[in-house]
Design a protein around this ligand. Structure first.
Ligand SMILES: *[C@@H]1O[C@H](CO)[C@@H](O)[C@H](O)[C@H]1NC(C)=O
Length: 208
């Protein structure tokens, strides 16, 4: 664990260096490193929530809603991903990451409201928030190198705040659950697609 934390700190340091003279290959290495860790932490967050707060009564009484990023189309198969242009995949992942900036702030604020939440959980939530931001900047840098800009368009809005702040404990916990479930799913997608892109752009698809 200690080793992991110090690796993260090291990475944070590297990530904050100017990107002007960094090769695109190195940028891909950085974002993949970042997305891999982000997914790992998001899965950890989900796991800890699941162990401590999940209620089996939810199976009967509550339906998980669609994730707020569900309207962003992502390739559904490996073939479809391979047929999608690099800039389009990057734009899609930038869209997803943007859409998480707001809910991640609320997620961090909501952790201390969980009964008996650990310090570790708060640290993890904070790390996911910070890393998502660094990752977003990294993907934008890569996109801008191919002379594509992120369009000034809107991002899907998350509407779960009222439930997350509800005084009804079951509603509150279920909203938290839905959020970490979607977070794990989206960070996994981003990680998988970035790995595919690195393979395509850096290794000319020679890594399968
Ligand atoms: C993000 O995705 C949504 C849903 O598909 C779309 O309406 C929006 O224009 C996208 N935003 C950007 C910046 O591509």
């Amino acid at each position: 664990m200690l080793l992991m934390v110090s690796n993260l700190l090291l990475w944070e340091h590297v990530a904050s260096k100017p990107t002007g003279f960094v090769s695109t290959e190195d940028l891909y290495d950085r974002v993949v490193d970042q997305s891999h860790t982000t997914y790992f932490l998001a899965a950890d967050l989900y796991h800890e929530f699941d162990m401590k707060y999940f209620r089996s009564s939810w199976y009967k009484t509550r339906m998980p809603s669609l994730c707020h990023t569900a309207s962003i189309h992502t390739p559904q198969s490996r073939d479809e991903a391979h047929e999608t242009k690099t800039e389009d995949l990057l734009k899609t992942m930038i869209n997803i990451s943007h859409a998480w900036e707001e809910p991640l702030k609320h997620l961090v604020s909501a952790v201390p409201t969980l009964p008996g939440a650990s310090d570790k959980m708060l640290k993890t939530a904070n790390a996911v928030k910070d890393k998502t931001h660094v990752l977003l900047e990294g993907m934008k840098t890569i996109l801008s190198r191919s002379h594509h800009e992120v369009e000034k368009d809107s991002y899907p809005v998350w509407s779960g705040l009222a439930d997350l702040q509800s005084s009804d404990e079951d509603t509150h916990l279920f909203a938290f659950y839905s959020l970490v479930r979607c977070l794990r799913r989206d960070t996994h997608k981003i990680d998988a697609f970035l790995k595919l892109l690195r393979c395509r752009e850096v290794f000319k698809n020679e890594c399968f």
